[in-house]
Every structure is written in structure tokens, then in C-alpha cells.
Design a protein around this ligand. Structure first.
Ligand SMILES: C[S@@+](CC[C@H](N)C(=O)[O-])C[C@H]1O[C@@H](n2cnc3c(N)ncnc32)[C@H](O)[C@@H]1O
Length: 257
């Protein structure tokens, strides 16, 4: 199934590669500590899954979809309507009503209609992405199609290290990349978090696959812990010194032949 939202760093392009590994593993349980747009879970279709993200609004949206979310109000690609909805969404956050069906519906609308599908908050925790000026948007009102698939999956919100694991599940970890695109949540994912994650993954007794940008320090971090590291060209461009070239990413593997 297709991701419900466009999400920065989405890994739909990686799904065919991951599928060939997944089908040869002795587990049907998947853990995604950084599920984002959920491209991987939807692509691998595991029997059971724990899908976690630090973004409380994203997880609330998935939890409401699991309960059969149907959006009853208008979804309009209009700047005035967008900014009014953004204010209303921020008021819900302020009133601590952000774990509701209403907040989930607004969140979906804002991500679809805002600039580049970004999800960004200011230091006070307010959603501050400007209107996207998309030519046209195909909105979805009814998420019923996803409901049965989500029934066997658990959605959790918080830091990855709080997840309680059984030991034999596949962990696919796709954290904010080292260096680039680190502002998904109010608190950055800094180098200490990258190190903390690599050590957390290293303690898992089941199979692990971790994605990241192929920076020198990321490659050494995973290699030094005994992970097998594979470099692969990513379908996106990075601009260094004005020249655009394909970004190189890594997949780090543990407990996988
Ligand atoms: C690269 S994106 C994941 C993209 C996802 N694989 C996809 O296909 O859409 C990284 C995600 O990590 C989340 N995140 C940032 N810090 C986190 C933390 N400490 N614990 C868990 N999730 C975190 C962000 O909210 C973001 O959704």
C-alpha cells in the first residue's frame, strides 16, 4: 500500500531491496523506531509491527486511521483556508487536544497542503510551515482502506530507546540523517543520538538494518561495532559547492547473512 503522507526522507525507493532481505528472514515482526511516512512497513506488510516516531502528531494521525478516520470537513487547496487551519491546529496543541481525531484530520490536511510536505515546528512547538502553492492536490477523506492493515500494528510515540523489544524482530532504523535534514522535531537529532542509536541497535539480538547518509563518521561508527556496511546511491541530489551530485547512503546490517 502507498504511504498516506509524503514525508521528508521517505524510503519508498528502498522497499524492493528490503523486500528481498525480509522474505528470507525467520521473522514476521518488524520494528521501525523512526517510521516517518511508513513507506517500509507498508511495503513489507509484516504480520505484526511496532511503528514508532518522536513526532506525536504523526503517530496520533496513524492511531486515528487505525480507528477508521474519516475527515468530514472541507479540504481545500487555498492559502486563506490553510492559514486558518494552521491556527486552529496550533490552538489544539496549546489546549493539549492534539491527540484527537480533529487534530489528526488537520495534521493530514496541513502536511498535504503545506510547502513541500514539510513538518516543522518553531521553538514553542507551533506548526509553522507556509502554504505550499501546489497546482492541485488529490486529498483523501476516508482512510478505511488502511484500517484492517493497521489493526495488527502498534503505534508508539517517543524516543527510539524507550521501545521494549522481544529480541527476534527485524529492526529497520531510518533516523534523521547525519548532517542533513536534522530538523524533523523541535529537538535536533545530534551526533550523540547517532552514537546512542548505533549502540542500541548493536545490543539487539535479532536482525538489524540501519540507513544513513554515508558520512565518514557514520561509516566508521557502524563498522567499528561490527556491522556490515554497504554503500548505495540514493535517488536524491545533494548540492556541495554548487554542483549537484547523487547523495550516497549506507545500509548497515547486523545478524543478517
Ligand atoms: C528519515 S525520517 C524516517 C522516514 C521513513 N523511513 C519513511 O520512509 O518515511 C526520520 C524520522 O525520525 C523521527 N525522529 C527524530 N528523532 C527521533 C527520536 N529520537 N526517536 C524516534 N524518532 C525520531 C522524525 O520525526 C522522522 O519522522
Amino acid at each position: 500500500m502507498k504511504p498516506l503522507l509524503k514525508w521528508t526522507g521517505g524510503k519508498r525507493w528502498l522497499v524492493p531491496k528490503l523486500q528481498s532481505i525480509w522474505h528470507n528472514l525467520p521473522t514476521d515482526k518488524l520494528v521501525e523506531p523512526f517510521t516517518g511516512g511508513m513507506a517500509v512497513a507498508l511495503g513489507l506488510d509484516p504480520k505484526s509491527a511496532i511503528l514508532n516516531d518522536a513526532n506525536v502528531h504523526l503517530i496520533n494521525f496513524y492511531q486515528q486511521v487505525r480507528k477508521g478516520l474519516v475527515i468530514e470537513h472541507d479540504l481545500k487547496n487555498d492559502a486563506h483556508y490553510y492559514y486558518a487551519t494552521r491556527d486552529a491546529f496550533n490552538a489544539l496543541i496549546y489546549d493539549k487536544k492534539h491527540k484527537t481525531k480533529q487534530a489528526a484530520a488537520m495534521f493530514y490536511y496541513l502536511i498535504r497542503t503545506g510547502f513541500n510536505g514539510l513538518c516543522r515546528f518553531n521553538n514553542s512547538g507551533e506548526f509553522n510551515v507556509p502554504f505550499g502553492q501546489h497546482k492541485s492536490i488529490r486529498y483523501r477523506n476516508d482512510f478505511g482502506e488502511y484500517k484492517s492493515q493497521f489493526t495488527n500494528w502498534q503505534f508508539k510515540h517517543g524516543d527510539f530507546a524507550r521501545l521494549k523489544l522481544e529480541g527476534d524482530e527485524l529492526i529497520y532504523a531510518d533516523p534523521p540523517y547525519d548532517v542533513e535534514f536534522t530538523k524533523y522535531v523541535a529537538k535536533d537529532f545530534v551526533w550523540d543520538d547517532q552514537v546512542r542509536l548505533a549502540h542500541w541497535l548493536d545490543r539487539h539480538t535479532g536482525p538489524v538494518i540501519s540507513s544513513n547518509q554515508a558520512t565518514k563518521r557514520i561509516v566508521s561508527l557502524y563498522k567499528d561495532l561490527g556491522f556490515k556496511v554497504k554503500k548505495l546511491p540514493a535517488p536524491r541530489m545533494i548540492s556541495c559547492t554548487g554542483e549537484r551530485k547523487p547523495a550516497t547512503e549506507i545500509l548497515a546490517f547486523k545478524n543478517i547473512d
